[in-house]
Design a protein around this ligand. Structure first.
Ligand code: UDP
Ligand code: MN
Length: 469
Protein backbone atom coordinates (compact mmCIF):
# COMPACT_ATOMS: atom_id res chain seq x y z
CA UNK A 1 0.00 0.00 0.00
CA UNK A 2 1.42 3.38 -0.89
CA UNK A 3 2.03 5.91 1.80
CA UNK A 4 -0.53 8.58 2.28
CA UNK A 5 -0.44 12.10 3.49
CA UNK A 6 -3.72 13.34 4.75
CA UNK A 7 -4.83 16.88 4.58
CA UNK A 8 -8.16 18.20 5.64
CA UNK A 9 -10.69 19.92 3.45
CA UNK A 10 -9.36 23.43 3.06
CA UNK A 11 -11.70 26.40 2.71
CA UNK A 12 -11.79 28.23 -0.59
CA UNK A 13 -13.70 31.34 -1.47
CA UNK A 14 -14.35 29.80 -4.86
CA UNK A 15 -17.45 29.66 -7.01
CA UNK A 16 -20.06 26.96 -7.05
CA UNK A 17 -19.14 24.05 -9.26
CA UNK A 18 -22.35 24.69 -11.10
CA UNK A 19 -20.89 27.78 -12.70
CA UNK A 20 -19.06 25.41 -14.99
CA UNK A 21 -22.38 24.01 -16.10
CA UNK A 22 -24.25 27.25 -16.20
CA UNK A 23 -26.71 26.27 -13.46
CA UNK A 24 -27.92 28.08 -10.40
CA UNK A 25 -25.45 30.14 -8.45
CA UNK A 26 -24.81 29.54 -4.79
CA UNK A 27 -23.11 31.63 -2.22
CA UNK A 28 -22.05 28.82 0.05
CA UNK A 29 -18.50 28.69 1.20
CA UNK A 30 -16.44 26.43 -1.05
CA UNK A 31 -14.07 23.97 0.47
CA UNK A 32 -11.62 21.85 -1.32
CA UNK A 33 -9.33 18.96 -0.71
CA UNK A 34 -5.72 19.88 -1.36
CA UNK A 35 -3.01 17.43 -2.09
CA UNK A 36 0.44 18.06 -0.80
CA UNK A 37 2.81 16.35 -3.17
CA UNK A 38 5.91 17.63 -1.43
CA UNK A 39 5.12 15.97 1.81
CA UNK A 40 5.26 12.45 0.44
CA UNK A 41 8.55 10.66 0.05
CA UNK A 42 9.99 7.14 0.24
CA UNK A 43 6.88 5.54 1.66
CA UNK A 44 7.06 7.74 4.72
CA UNK A 45 5.31 10.90 5.48
CA UNK A 46 7.52 13.89 5.97
CA UNK A 47 6.94 16.76 8.26
CA UNK A 48 5.00 19.52 6.67
CA UNK A 49 6.23 23.13 6.89
CA UNK A 50 4.30 24.81 9.64
CA UNK A 51 2.62 27.65 7.85
CA UNK A 52 0.95 28.70 11.04
CA UNK A 53 4.32 29.41 12.54
CA UNK A 54 5.53 31.29 9.49
CA UNK A 55 2.64 33.67 9.45
CA UNK A 56 3.29 35.65 12.62
CA UNK A 57 6.88 36.13 11.50
CA UNK A 58 5.62 37.29 8.09
CA UNK A 59 3.37 39.77 9.78
CA UNK A 60 6.20 41.01 11.97
CA UNK A 61 8.47 41.45 8.99
CA UNK A 62 5.88 43.46 7.11
CA UNK A 63 5.31 45.75 10.06
CA UNK A 64 9.03 46.34 10.48
CA UNK A 65 9.52 47.43 6.89
CA UNK A 66 6.59 49.80 7.09
CA UNK A 67 8.01 51.45 10.19
CA UNK A 68 11.26 51.80 8.30
CA UNK A 69 9.57 53.69 5.49
CA UNK A 70 7.61 56.04 7.77
CA UNK A 71 9.50 59.26 7.41
CA UNK A 72 7.20 61.49 9.49
CA UNK A 73 4.74 61.19 12.39
CA UNK A 74 1.69 61.74 10.10
CA UNK A 75 2.58 58.78 7.97
CA UNK A 76 3.30 56.76 11.11
CA UNK A 77 -0.13 57.63 12.51
CA UNK A 78 -1.71 56.58 9.22
CA UNK A 79 0.10 53.26 9.41
CA UNK A 80 -1.07 52.75 13.01
CA UNK A 81 -4.68 53.47 12.09
CA UNK A 82 -4.47 51.12 9.12
CA UNK A 83 -2.96 48.42 11.30
CA UNK A 84 -5.97 48.63 13.60
CA UNK A 85 -8.58 49.12 10.89
CA UNK A 86 -7.53 46.35 8.55
CA UNK A 87 -7.78 43.47 11.05
CA UNK A 88 -11.05 44.97 12.31
CA UNK A 89 -12.50 44.90 8.76
CA UNK A 90 -11.36 41.29 8.28
CA UNK A 91 -12.91 40.39 11.60
CA UNK A 92 -16.23 41.95 10.72
CA UNK A 93 -16.26 40.31 7.30
CA UNK A 94 -15.41 36.82 8.48
CA UNK A 95 -17.19 36.71 11.80
CA UNK A 96 -20.38 38.63 11.13
CA UNK A 97 -20.63 38.11 7.37
CA UNK A 98 -21.22 34.36 7.24
CA UNK A 99 -23.68 34.49 10.14
CA UNK A 100 -25.88 37.08 8.58
CA UNK A 101 -25.79 35.21 5.32
CA UNK A 102 -26.85 32.03 7.09
CA UNK A 103 -29.68 33.67 8.92
CA UNK A 104 -31.45 34.40 5.65
CA UNK A 105 -32.64 30.80 5.33
CA UNK A 106 -32.90 29.98 8.99
CA UNK A 107 -36.64 30.29 9.40
CA UNK A 108 -38.64 27.34 10.58
CA UNK A 109 -36.28 24.63 9.49
CA UNK A 110 -36.89 21.22 10.90
CA UNK A 111 -34.57 18.36 11.59
CA UNK A 112 -34.84 16.28 8.43
CA UNK A 113 -34.83 12.90 10.12
CA UNK A 114 -36.96 13.47 13.16
CA UNK A 115 -39.18 16.13 11.71
CA UNK A 116 -38.74 18.16 14.89
CA UNK A 117 -36.64 20.97 16.22
CA UNK A 118 -35.20 24.10 14.66
CA UNK A 119 -32.04 23.99 12.67
CA UNK A 120 -29.23 25.93 14.22
CA UNK A 121 -26.76 27.58 11.96
CA UNK A 122 -23.15 26.99 12.54
CA UNK A 123 -20.70 29.46 11.18
CA UNK A 124 -18.22 27.75 8.92
CA UNK A 125 -14.81 28.02 10.38
CA UNK A 126 -12.17 29.62 8.25
CA UNK A 127 -9.30 27.68 9.67
CA UNK A 128 -8.63 24.04 9.13
CA UNK A 129 -6.02 21.85 10.60
CA UNK A 130 -3.59 19.94 8.50
CA UNK A 131 -2.12 16.63 9.43
CA UNK A 132 1.61 16.84 9.38
CA UNK A 133 3.55 13.85 10.56
CA UNK A 134 2.85 10.19 10.34
CA UNK A 135 4.63 7.01 11.24
CA UNK A 136 3.82 4.45 8.68
CA UNK A 137 4.12 0.72 9.10
CA UNK A 138 3.25 -1.34 6.05
CA UNK A 139 1.24 -4.57 6.47
CA UNK A 140 -0.68 -3.66 9.57
CA UNK A 141 -0.59 -0.07 8.48
CA UNK A 142 -0.73 2.45 11.25
CA UNK A 143 -0.50 6.11 10.62
CA UNK A 144 -0.34 8.31 13.63
CA UNK A 145 -0.75 11.83 12.43
CA UNK A 146 -0.27 14.99 14.39
CA UNK A 147 -1.89 18.20 13.42
CA UNK A 148 -0.99 21.81 13.06
CA UNK A 149 -2.93 24.84 12.06
CA UNK A 150 -3.14 25.49 8.35
CA UNK A 151 -1.95 29.02 7.91
CA UNK A 152 -3.40 31.69 5.69
CA UNK A 153 -4.40 35.29 6.19
CA UNK A 154 -8.03 34.18 6.29
CA UNK A 155 -7.40 31.35 8.67
CA UNK A 156 -5.75 33.73 11.09
CA UNK A 157 -9.08 35.49 11.36
CA UNK A 158 -11.28 32.50 12.06
CA UNK A 159 -11.18 30.04 14.92
CA UNK A 160 -9.28 26.81 14.52
CA UNK A 161 -11.20 23.80 13.27
CA UNK A 162 -9.60 20.93 15.01
CA UNK A 163 -9.88 18.20 12.38
CA UNK A 164 -7.70 15.15 12.61
CA UNK A 165 -7.49 11.80 10.94
CA UNK A 166 -5.64 8.73 12.16
CA UNK A 167 -5.48 5.54 10.17
CA UNK A 168 -5.78 2.81 12.80
CA UNK A 169 -5.36 -0.12 10.45
CA UNK A 170 -6.21 -1.16 6.96
CA UNK A 171 -6.18 -4.18 4.74
CA UNK A 172 -6.54 -4.33 0.98
CA UNK A 173 -6.64 -8.08 1.04
CA UNK A 174 -9.96 -9.84 0.60
CA UNK A 175 -9.78 -12.98 2.77
CA UNK A 176 -13.21 -14.26 1.81
CA UNK A 177 -13.05 -17.43 -0.27
CA UNK A 178 -16.66 -17.42 -1.39
CA UNK A 179 -19.07 -14.55 -1.73
CA UNK A 180 -22.64 -15.52 -2.44
CA UNK A 181 -22.40 -18.85 -4.26
CA UNK A 182 -19.24 -18.02 -6.21
CA UNK A 183 -15.53 -17.95 -5.45
CA UNK A 184 -14.15 -14.46 -4.93
CA UNK A 185 -12.27 -14.60 -8.25
CA UNK A 186 -15.57 -14.62 -10.16
CA UNK A 187 -16.07 -10.96 -9.28
CA UNK A 188 -12.58 -9.69 -10.13
CA UNK A 189 -13.75 -7.42 -12.95
CA UNK A 190 -16.36 -5.52 -10.95
CA UNK A 191 -15.76 -1.90 -9.92
CA UNK A 192 -15.08 -1.52 -6.20
CA UNK A 193 -17.71 -0.02 -3.92
CA UNK A 194 -16.19 2.27 -1.28
CA UNK A 195 -18.66 1.95 1.54
CA UNK A 196 -18.14 4.82 4.00
CA UNK A 197 -19.46 4.19 7.50
CA UNK A 198 -19.30 6.96 10.06
CA UNK A 199 -19.64 5.50 13.53
CA UNK A 200 -19.24 6.66 17.13
CA UNK A 201 -18.64 5.10 20.54
CA UNK A 202 -21.83 4.18 22.37
CA UNK A 203 -23.44 1.10 23.84
CA UNK A 204 -24.93 0.10 20.45
CA UNK A 205 -21.77 0.58 18.37
CA UNK A 206 -20.44 -2.97 18.30
CA UNK A 207 -23.87 -4.58 17.73
CA UNK A 208 -24.61 -2.13 14.87
CA UNK A 209 -21.25 -2.71 13.19
CA UNK A 210 -21.56 -6.47 13.64
CA UNK A 211 -24.91 -6.51 11.89
CA UNK A 212 -23.58 -4.29 9.11
CA UNK A 213 -20.45 -6.41 8.70
CA UNK A 214 -22.58 -9.52 8.21
CA UNK A 215 -24.44 -7.73 5.43
CA UNK A 216 -21.22 -6.55 3.80
CA UNK A 217 -19.75 -10.05 3.93
CA UNK A 218 -22.16 -10.90 1.10
CA UNK A 219 -20.94 -8.06 -1.09
CA UNK A 220 -18.03 -8.68 -3.46
CA UNK A 221 -15.45 -6.02 -4.40
CA UNK A 222 -16.11 -3.74 -1.49
CA UNK A 223 -13.75 -1.61 0.56
CA UNK A 224 -15.22 -0.71 3.93
CA UNK A 225 -14.14 2.67 5.27
CA UNK A 226 -15.02 2.71 8.95
CA UNK A 227 -14.47 6.19 10.37
CA UNK A 228 -14.84 6.34 14.13
CA UNK A 229 -15.84 9.61 15.76
CA UNK A 230 -13.31 9.60 18.58
CA UNK A 231 -9.77 10.61 19.38
CA UNK A 232 -7.34 7.75 18.90
CA UNK A 233 -7.94 4.22 17.80
CA UNK A 234 -10.21 1.64 19.40
CA UNK A 235 -8.12 -1.53 19.41
CA UNK A 236 -11.12 -3.71 20.15
CA UNK A 237 -12.97 -2.38 17.11
CA UNK A 238 -9.80 -2.81 15.10
CA UNK A 239 -9.65 -6.53 15.84
CA UNK A 240 -13.36 -6.92 15.17
CA UNK A 241 -13.27 -5.29 11.75
CA UNK A 242 -10.11 -7.08 10.76
CA UNK A 243 -11.68 -10.41 11.68
CA UNK A 244 -14.32 -10.24 8.97
CA UNK A 245 -11.82 -10.55 6.13
CA UNK A 246 -13.39 -7.73 4.13
CA UNK A 247 -10.93 -5.15 2.73
CA UNK A 248 -11.18 -2.17 5.04
CA UNK A 249 -9.70 1.00 6.43
CA UNK A 250 -10.33 1.81 10.05
CA UNK A 251 -9.74 5.43 10.94
CA UNK A 252 -10.26 7.70 13.91
CA UNK A 253 -11.75 11.04 12.86
CA UNK A 254 -13.32 12.89 15.79
CA UNK A 255 -15.89 15.63 15.39
CA UNK A 256 -14.16 18.97 16.09
CA UNK A 257 -14.88 19.88 19.71
CA UNK A 258 -16.60 23.14 18.76
CA UNK A 259 -19.42 21.17 17.09
CA UNK A 260 -19.99 18.67 19.89
CA UNK A 261 -22.18 21.03 21.88
CA UNK A 262 -24.18 22.20 18.85
CA UNK A 263 -27.85 21.21 18.65
CA UNK A 264 -28.32 19.60 16.23
CA UNK A 265 -24.72 18.52 15.87
CA UNK A 266 -23.24 17.65 12.48
CA UNK A 267 -23.45 13.89 13.01
CA UNK A 268 -20.92 11.83 11.14
CA UNK A 269 -19.61 14.75 9.10
CA UNK A 270 -16.01 14.78 10.36
CA UNK A 271 -15.86 11.05 9.61
CA UNK A 272 -17.25 11.35 6.10
CA UNK A 273 -14.87 14.22 5.39
CA UNK A 274 -12.01 12.03 6.58
CA UNK A 275 -13.12 9.26 4.23
CA UNK A 276 -13.35 11.74 1.32
CA UNK A 277 -9.84 12.76 2.10
CA UNK A 278 -8.67 9.17 2.13
CA UNK A 279 -10.24 8.59 -1.30
CA UNK A 280 -8.67 11.75 -2.63
CA UNK A 281 -5.24 10.95 -1.25
CA UNK A 282 -5.35 7.55 -2.89
CA UNK A 283 -6.19 9.15 -6.24
CA UNK A 284 -9.04 6.75 -6.72
CA UNK A 285 -10.80 7.45 -9.97
CA UNK A 286 -12.40 4.07 -10.40
CA UNK A 287 -15.24 2.64 -8.38
CA UNK A 288 -18.27 3.96 -6.55
CA UNK A 289 -18.69 5.90 -3.32
CA UNK A 290 -21.60 5.18 -1.01
CA UNK A 291 -22.26 6.68 2.43
CA UNK A 292 -23.64 3.83 4.54
CA UNK A 293 -24.40 4.70 8.15
CA UNK A 294 -23.88 2.03 10.79
CA UNK A 295 -27.56 1.80 11.77
CA UNK A 296 -29.30 1.54 8.39
CA UNK A 297 -30.62 -1.66 6.83
CA UNK A 298 -29.28 -2.58 3.41
CA UNK A 299 -30.90 -4.90 0.88
CA UNK A 300 -28.17 -6.82 -0.96
CA UNK A 301 -29.69 -5.74 -4.28
CA UNK A 302 -28.62 -2.20 -3.45
CA UNK A 303 -25.01 -3.08 -4.14
CA UNK A 304 -25.65 -4.46 -7.62
CA UNK A 305 -27.81 -1.43 -8.37
CA UNK A 306 -25.15 1.14 -7.47
CA UNK A 307 -22.13 -0.83 -8.72
CA UNK A 308 -22.28 0.56 -12.27
CA UNK A 309 -23.04 4.16 -11.41
CA UNK A 310 -21.82 6.45 -14.20
CA UNK A 311 -22.18 9.74 -12.36
CA UNK A 312 -24.74 9.77 -9.53
CA UNK A 313 -27.35 7.08 -8.82
CA UNK A 314 -30.40 7.81 -6.70
CA UNK A 315 -33.08 5.64 -5.13
CA UNK A 316 -35.73 5.85 -2.39
CA UNK A 317 -34.84 5.45 1.29
CA UNK A 318 -37.49 3.96 3.57
CA UNK A 319 -38.34 5.26 7.05
CA UNK A 320 -37.31 8.86 6.45
CA UNK A 321 -39.15 11.52 8.46
CA UNK A 322 -42.87 12.20 8.21
CA UNK A 323 -43.64 10.29 4.99
CA UNK A 324 -41.45 7.33 6.00
CA UNK A 325 -39.95 7.69 2.54
CA UNK A 326 -37.63 10.04 0.70
CA UNK A 327 -36.55 9.72 -2.89
CA UNK A 328 -36.71 10.84 -6.50
CA UNK A 329 -39.89 11.29 -8.52
CA UNK A 330 -39.33 9.53 -11.86
CA UNK A 331 -41.15 10.05 -15.14
CA UNK A 332 -40.26 8.15 -18.30
CA UNK A 333 -37.04 6.90 -16.78
CA UNK A 334 -35.87 10.39 -15.74
CA UNK A 335 -35.67 12.00 -12.31
CA UNK A 336 -37.92 15.08 -12.47
CA UNK A 337 -38.35 16.03 -8.79
CA UNK A 338 -38.05 14.76 -5.22
CA UNK A 339 -40.41 13.50 -2.58
CA UNK A 340 -39.27 14.43 0.92
CA UNK A 341 -41.21 16.07 3.75
CA UNK A 342 -38.35 18.48 4.62
CA UNK A 343 -37.36 20.70 1.70
CA UNK A 344 -35.90 23.77 3.48
CA UNK A 345 -34.47 25.18 0.29
CA UNK A 346 -32.51 22.07 -0.51
CA UNK A 347 -31.95 21.57 -4.22
CA UNK A 348 -31.23 17.89 -3.50
CA UNK A 349 -33.63 16.91 -0.70
CA UNK A 350 -32.30 13.38 -0.36
CA UNK A 351 -30.95 11.25 2.46
CA UNK A 352 -27.28 10.33 2.75
CA UNK A 353 -28.20 6.71 2.04
CA UNK A 354 -30.19 7.65 -1.07
CA UNK A 355 -27.40 8.16 -3.58
CA UNK A 356 -24.08 6.78 -4.85
CA UNK A 357 -21.37 8.61 -6.77
CA UNK A 358 -18.88 7.29 -9.27
CA UNK A 359 -15.33 8.21 -8.35
CA UNK A 360 -14.40 9.03 -11.94
CA UNK A 361 -17.20 11.60 -11.97
CA UNK A 362 -16.29 12.98 -8.53
CA UNK A 363 -12.64 13.32 -9.54
CA UNK A 364 -13.64 16.05 -12.00
CA UNK A 365 -14.70 18.25 -9.09
CA UNK A 366 -11.72 19.34 -7.04
CA UNK A 367 -13.97 21.37 -4.73
CA UNK A 368 -15.84 18.34 -3.45
CA UNK A 369 -16.97 19.10 0.06
CA UNK A 370 -19.24 18.09 2.87
CA UNK A 371 -19.64 21.07 5.18
CA UNK A 372 -20.57 20.95 8.87
CA UNK A 373 -24.13 22.11 8.27
CA UNK A 374 -26.67 19.80 9.93
CA UNK A 375 -29.50 18.86 7.59
CA UNK A 376 -27.69 20.18 4.53
CA UNK A 377 -24.82 17.71 4.24
CA UNK A 378 -26.32 15.79 1.31
CA UNK A 379 -27.45 18.91 -0.53
CA UNK A 380 -24.16 20.74 -0.23
CA UNK A 381 -22.15 17.64 -1.05
CA UNK A 382 -24.17 17.08 -4.23
CA UNK A 383 -23.91 20.75 -5.13
CA UNK A 384 -20.15 20.57 -4.72
CA UNK A 385 -19.97 17.92 -7.46
CA UNK A 386 -21.95 20.01 -9.91
CA UNK A 387 -24.84 17.59 -10.22
CA UNK A 388 -27.59 18.30 -12.73
CA UNK A 389 -30.99 16.63 -12.52
CA UNK A 390 -30.72 15.20 -16.07
CA UNK A 391 -27.60 13.29 -15.06
CA UNK A 392 -29.16 11.36 -12.20
CA UNK A 393 -29.50 7.63 -12.76
CA UNK A 394 -32.66 6.34 -11.05
CA UNK A 395 -32.11 2.87 -9.55
CA UNK A 396 -34.30 0.18 -8.05
CA UNK A 397 -36.60 -0.32 -11.03
CA UNK A 398 -37.06 3.40 -11.63
CA UNK A 399 -37.26 4.12 -7.91
CA UNK A 400 -40.18 1.80 -7.28
CA UNK A 401 -38.27 -0.43 -4.85
CA UNK A 402 -36.80 0.21 -1.43
CA UNK A 403 -33.25 -1.06 -1.18
CA UNK A 404 -32.24 0.79 1.97
CA UNK A 405 -34.02 1.63 5.21
CA UNK A 406 -33.20 4.45 7.59
CA UNK A 407 -33.63 2.26 10.65
CA UNK A 408 -32.67 3.79 13.98
CA UNK A 409 -31.63 2.00 17.11
CA UNK A 410 -32.76 3.21 20.48
CA UNK A 411 -29.82 4.74 22.31
CA UNK A 412 -29.25 3.96 25.95
CA UNK A 413 -26.46 4.76 28.34
CA UNK A 414 -24.07 1.92 28.92
CA UNK A 415 -25.14 -0.19 31.90
CA UNK A 416 -23.53 -0.52 35.33
CA UNK A 417 -24.19 -3.68 37.31
CA UNK A 418 -23.16 -4.21 40.93
CA UNK A 419 -21.16 -7.40 41.23
CA UNK A 420 -18.67 -8.21 43.90
CA UNK A 421 -15.22 -7.85 42.39
CA UNK A 422 -13.85 -10.81 44.35
CA UNK A 423 -16.01 -13.08 42.17
CA UNK A 424 -14.85 -11.58 38.88
CA UNK A 425 -12.17 -14.22 38.44
CA UNK A 426 -11.90 -17.45 36.47
CA UNK A 427 -14.18 -19.42 38.81
CA UNK A 428 -17.08 -18.39 36.56
CA UNK A 429 -17.70 -16.81 33.17
CA UNK A 430 -18.88 -13.51 34.65
CA UNK A 431 -15.49 -11.83 34.99
CA UNK A 432 -14.54 -12.47 31.36
CA UNK A 433 -18.04 -11.56 30.19
CA UNK A 434 -18.07 -8.18 31.90
CA UNK A 435 -14.52 -7.37 30.83
CA UNK A 436 -15.63 -7.97 27.24
CA UNK A 437 -18.77 -5.86 27.66
CA UNK A 438 -16.68 -3.07 29.08
CA UNK A 439 -14.32 -3.10 26.08
CA UNK A 440 -17.36 -2.92 23.83
CA UNK A 441 -18.73 0.04 25.76
CA UNK A 442 -21.91 -1.92 26.53
CA UNK A 443 -21.82 -2.48 30.30
CA UNK A 444 -19.45 -2.75 33.24
CA UNK A 445 -19.45 -4.46 36.59
CA UNK A 446 -18.96 -2.28 39.64
CA UNK A 447 -18.45 -2.98 43.30
CA UNK A 448 -20.44 0.02 44.52
CA UNK A 449 -22.55 1.41 41.68
CA UNK A 450 -25.67 0.25 39.87
CA UNK A 451 -28.40 -2.24 40.77
CA UNK A 452 -27.18 -5.41 42.43
CA UNK A 453 -26.93 -8.20 39.83
CA UNK A 454 -29.66 -10.76 40.33
CA UNK A 455 -28.45 -14.33 39.98
CA UNK A 456 -31.11 -17.00 40.21
CA UNK A 457 -31.79 -20.71 39.90
CA UNK A 458 -35.16 -22.48 39.81
CA UNK A 459 -36.92 -19.14 40.00
CA UNK A 460 -35.14 -18.14 43.20
CA UNK A 461 -32.43 -15.51 43.45
CA UNK A 462 -29.53 -16.14 45.77
CA UNK A 463 -26.53 -14.17 47.02
CA UNK A 464 -23.51 -13.94 44.75
CA UNK A 465 -21.55 -16.05 47.16
CA UNK A 466 -24.05 -18.92 46.77
CA UNK A 467 -23.09 -19.53 43.13
CA UNK A 468 -19.72 -17.86 42.76
CA UNK A 469 -17.62 -18.56 45.81
N1 UDP B 1 -22.45 9.55 14.06
C1 UDP B 1 -21.17 9.94 14.40
N2 UDP B 1 -21.01 10.81 15.45
C2 UDP B 1 -22.06 11.28 16.20
C3 UDP B 1 -23.35 10.87 15.84
C4 UDP B 1 -23.51 10.01 14.76
O1 UDP B 1 -20.22 9.53 13.77
O2 UDP B 1 -21.83 12.04 17.12
C5 UDP B 1 -22.64 8.62 12.93
C6 UDP B 1 -23.58 7.45 13.23
O3 UDP B 1 -22.86 6.32 13.72
C7 UDP B 1 -24.24 7.20 11.89
C8 UDP B 1 -24.23 8.57 11.23
O4 UDP B 1 -23.24 9.34 11.90
O5 UDP B 1 -23.51 6.28 11.10
C9 UDP B 1 -25.58 9.28 11.35
O6 UDP B 1 -25.94 9.37 12.70
P1 UDP B 1 -27.33 8.83 13.28
O7 UDP B 1 -27.59 7.49 12.69
O8 UDP B 1 -27.30 8.93 14.73
O9 UDP B 1 -28.29 9.93 12.69
P2 UDP B 1 -29.62 9.80 11.84
O10 UDP B 1 -29.22 10.24 10.47
O11 UDP B 1 -30.08 8.39 11.87
O12 UDP B 1 -30.54 10.72 12.51
MN1 MN C 1 -29.07 6.66 11.55
Amino acid sequence: MPSAHYQPLVPRADHDQDHEHGHNNDDDERWTIETDVQSQSNGRIRYHPQLAEELPSMGGGMAASRYGRAGNSGYRRFVYIMLILLPACFLIYFVIGPQSQDSEDADGDIDPHNGIGKRRHIKLSLTTTRLTTAHYHPFHATIIASKSTHGSIRSMMGHALNESLHICSESHEDRRLYIGDKPRSAYAQLPVIYFVTPTYPRREQIPELTRLAYTLLHVPRLHWLVANDREGCDTFLDTQINGFGIPYTHMASPMPSEYRKAKPAPRGVANRRAALQWLHQHNLTNGVLYFGDDDNTYDLRLFSEIRHTQRVSMFPVGLIAEYAISGPVVREGKVVAFLDSWVAGRRWPVDMAGFAVSLSYMAQYPNVNMPYKPGYEEDLFLRSIGLHIDQIEPRGNNCTEILVWHTQTKNKKSAVVRLESRYMDERSNLGALFRLLERMGVARASEHEGPVATISKNGKSKSHAYFLS
